[in-house]
Write a protein that binds this ligand. Structure first.
Ligand code: DX5
Ligand code: ZN
Length: 221
C-alpha cells in the first residue's frame, strides 16, 4: 500500500508537536522533514535541534530530506537527533558514496534525491548502496508548488531502474501531490508520497489522508 509522508513544511510551526501528533492520528506513515540551508535552495527551515525536540513527541519514523550544500557536515547531527531516513541531493554531494556510507554507518536508512532536471543516470551507480530514491516533482525550496508535467514518465523510468538494479530501494516522490494526481503517481511506481500543502492545507487531516489511501488502494504498481 502507498505510504503517505506529510511534510511539516506546510504545518503551523508554532505548534509543530501537535501537528505531528495530529497527522499521525490521521493515518500518516512517516513524517517528512524538509531541511533547507538558504544556499542549495532559496529558503531556510529547521535544524537538528528542532528534529531532536520533535523526536520526543512521537515514535513515527522521521524522513529527513536534506536540501543543503555539503550534507556530510550534518549527517552525525541529524542521526543523533533521531532521524530514521536521511536523504541527500546528488547535486549537493561531491562524494556521494562516502556520504551514503556515513549515513548507513550511523544505523540509518540512506536516501538520494534528484531535482526535476537531473537525469536518473546520476544515481545509477549509487543505487545498489541506497535504501531510498527520492524523485522531486517540483524544484525544491517551497511547499505548495505545482507538480511538474513530465515527471510521471521520470517516476516510471525510476521504477524500471530500481527493478533492474536494486529492487529493495523504496521510491519516494515529493512535490505538488494532490488528490487529483496521487493515483497516477502511484501507478507510475511510487512507494511513498510526500504531501505538504494538500494535507496541512486541508481542514480535516484524517479525511484527506483517508481519501489519499482510498484513491490508491487498488492501484497496481
Ligand atoms: C519542497 C519540499 C517538499 C514540500 C512538498 O522543497 O521538499 O517536501 O514540502 O510540499 P507540497 O506537497 O506542498 O508540494
Ligand atoms: Zn521534501
Amino acid at each position: 500500500m502507498l505510504k503517505i509522508a506529510p511534510s511539516i513544511l506546510s504545518a503551523d510551526f508554532s505548534r509543530l508537536g501537535e501537528e505531528i501528533r495530529a497527522v499521525e492520528a490521521a493515518g500518516a506513515d512517516l513524517i517528512h522533514i524538509d531541511v533547507m540551508d538558504g544556499h542549495f535552495v532559496p529558503n531556510l527551515t529547521i535544524g537538528p535541534a528542532v528534529v531532536a525536540s520533535l523526536r520526543k513527541v512521537t515514535k513515527i519514523p522521521f524522513d529527513v530530506h536534506l536540501m543543503i550544500e555539503s550534507p556530510e557536515r550534518y549527517i552525525d547531527a541529524f542521526a543523533a537527533a533521531g532521524s530514521d531516513i536521511i536523504t541527500v541531493h546528488v547535486e549537493a554531494s561531491t562524494h556521494l558514496h562516502r556520504i551514503i556510507t556515513a549515513i548507513k554507518q550511523k544505523g540509518k536508512k540512506a536516501g538520494v534525491s534528484l531535482n526535476p532536471a537531473t537525469p536518473l543516470s546520476a544515481v545509477e551507480q549509487i543505487l545498489p548502496e541506497v535504501d531510498l530514491l527520492l524523485v522531486m516533482t517540483v524544484n525544491p525550496g517551497f511547499g505548495g508548488q505545482k507538480f511538474i508535467d513530465g515527471m510521471i514518465d521520470k517516476i516510471r523510468r525510476a521504477r524500471d531502474l530500481i527493478r533492474a538494479s536494486n529492487p529493495a530501494v523504496m521510491l519516494e516522490v515529493d512535490g505538488g501531490i494532490t488528490l487529483e494526481n496521487i493515483r497516477a503517481v502511484q501507478e507510475a511506481g511510487t512507494d511513498i508520497v510526500v504531501a505538504g500543502a494538500s494535507v496541512f492545507g486541508s481542514k480535516d487531516y484524517a479525511k484527506t489522508i483517508g481519501e489519499m489511501k482510498t484513491l490508491t488502494k487498488r492501484a497496481v504498481t
